[in-house]
Design a protein around this ligand. Structure first.
Ligand SMILES: Nc1nc2c(ncn2[C@@H]2O[C@H](COP(=O)(O)OP(=O)(O)OP(=O)(O)O)[C@@H](O)[C@H]2O)c(=O)[nH]1
Ligand SMILES: C[S@@+](CC[C@H](N)C(=O)[O-])C[C@H]1O[C@@H](n2cnc3c(N)ncnc32)[C@H](O)[C@@H]1O
Ligand code: SF4
Ligand code: SF4
Length: 339
């Protein structure tokens, strides 16, 4: 939505050739991670970006400033890799919150370290947080993430709720034969503790290229599992958000399904992504990027950054083509794009 500015014209919307208006920016703050989820990256990790290649805090703030003042971006989600690994994150959040046209700020995290930082992040201006959790069973957690950190994640969830980073949403990627039998339990856990639960179809974006459609648990199956245990009342979809949502009858708990593969929502896509090394991507599955870091470090004016951004969005395709024979994985995996 266009908003008037105290010192200039309202930003003109960031519209692509299909008429989709982009208001949601996802910013990856690092490609590093302290977990090794099997559906995301290999046990040995990846060749992390060298630190000088990462955008500095000043550079992130400058790009978000341009995006909010000139391009109509209203929401910014901080992600990664694991964004809580970024040093001084509350300070960066505070700077983004203090911009002339501050966006709504949210965070997607694996929750490790959130127990320590939730209150500081809220005080800095973070609105809400989504925490990834694939199982409630310690041994299974270690098998899925290759790290023994379940208590840290649960403590992070509690701290986020206590800090009022609401709603706290849990993101679960069910994998057949691994944790798909826990869908009902995870939803019951959300009811008991006042979280929202979302179940995500896995996508061919793991770094090892091992994604297998047959191991992906479909939205239909997820809803079948939930339906065995609960009555679900449709709650619709919030604007262009990926999650279709239901309220669990007799509770205030909302559960969602993100069916990127079997029920793609590309027709309403309002997202653009900035990688940790400053490359703009018009789609999770984009095969081309626009190097904003080179512009920044070359001394570009705001107008040049704005033009590059609009040009990137102008080249956006209709959506992913996971089911097409021509489908080609992007060069970067999910953890390096910013999920
Ligand atoms: N295909 C596709 N999937 C997406 C996109 N954005 C998010 N997702 C999927 O949704 C999952 C959860 O993303 P989150 O980072 O929690 O963000 P979100 O669901 O947009 O967050 P809310 O604003 O709280 O609804 C990701 O892991 C992706 O699998 C997108 O633009 N395209
Ligand atoms: C890439 S992670 C980055 C943020 C943080 N490390 C986390 O796990 O929340 C963002 C989201 O992507 C999801 N994700 C990772 N690999 C995925 C895949 N192959 N398909 C679908 N979602 C995936 C994770 O479950 C998580 O909810
Ligand atoms: S899903 Fe998130 S926590 Fe898991 S390995 Fe990927 S980036 Fe790390
Ligand atoms: S796959 Fe691309 S076009 Fe489709 S919703 Fe995701 S980012 Fe948007």
């Amino acid at each position: 939505m266009s908003r008037p500015l105290p010192d200039g014209p309202a930003p003109s919307p960031l519209t692509d050739r299909f008429g989709r208006v982009h208001t949601d920016l996802r910013v990856s703050l690092t490609d590093r991670c302290n977990l090794r989820c099997t559906y995301c990256m290999p046990a040995e990790g990846l060749d992390w970006l060298p630190r000088p290649e990462l955008l500095t805090d000043d550079e992130v703030v400058r790009l978000v400033d341009v995006a909010t003042r000139r391009l109509g971006i209203t929401e910014v989600r901080l992600t990664g890799g694991e964004p809580l690994l970024r040093r001084g994150l509350p300070g960066l959040v505070a700077r983004l919150h203090a911009l002339p046209d501050p966006p709504e700020l949210s965070l997607t995290t694996n929750g490790i370290g959130l127990a320590r930082s939730a209150a500081a992040l809220r005080d800095a201006g973070l609105s809400r947080v989504n925490v990834s959790l694939d199982t409630l069973r310690p041994e299974r957690f270690t098998a899925i993430t290759r790290r023994d950190r379940l208590p840290d994640v649960l403590a992070g969830l509690r701290a986020a709720r206590t800090a009022g980073l609401a709603p706290v949403k849990i993101n679960t990627v069910p994998v057949r034969g691994v944790n798909d039998d826990e869908i009902g339990e995870l939803a019951a856990f959300a009811v008991e503790h006042g979280y929202r639960a979302r179940f995500i179809e896995s996508m061919p974006l793991d770094a090892q290229g091992a994604w297998d459609r047959d191991r992906m648990v479909t939205a239909e199956e997820i809803l079948g599992r939930l339906g065995e245990r609960f009555d679900l009342i449709p709650a619709g979809r919030r604007d262009n958000a990926p999650a279709e949502e239901w309220r669990i009858a007799g509770t205030d708990t909302v559960v969602g399904v993100i069916a990127s593969v079997t029920r793609p929502f590309c027709g309403g896509c309002d997202r653009v992504r900035l990688t940790a090394d400053g490359h703009l991507r018009n789609c999770l599955f984009a095969t081309e990027e626009s190097d904003l870091r080179a512009l920044l470090r070359g001394g570009a004016e705001d107008t040049e950054i704005e033009a590059a951004w609009r040009n990137c969005i102008a080249g956006k395709g209709p959506g992913h083509a996971i089911d097409s024979p021509e489908f080609r994985r992007p060069d970067r995996p999910m953890s390096a794009i910013g999920g």
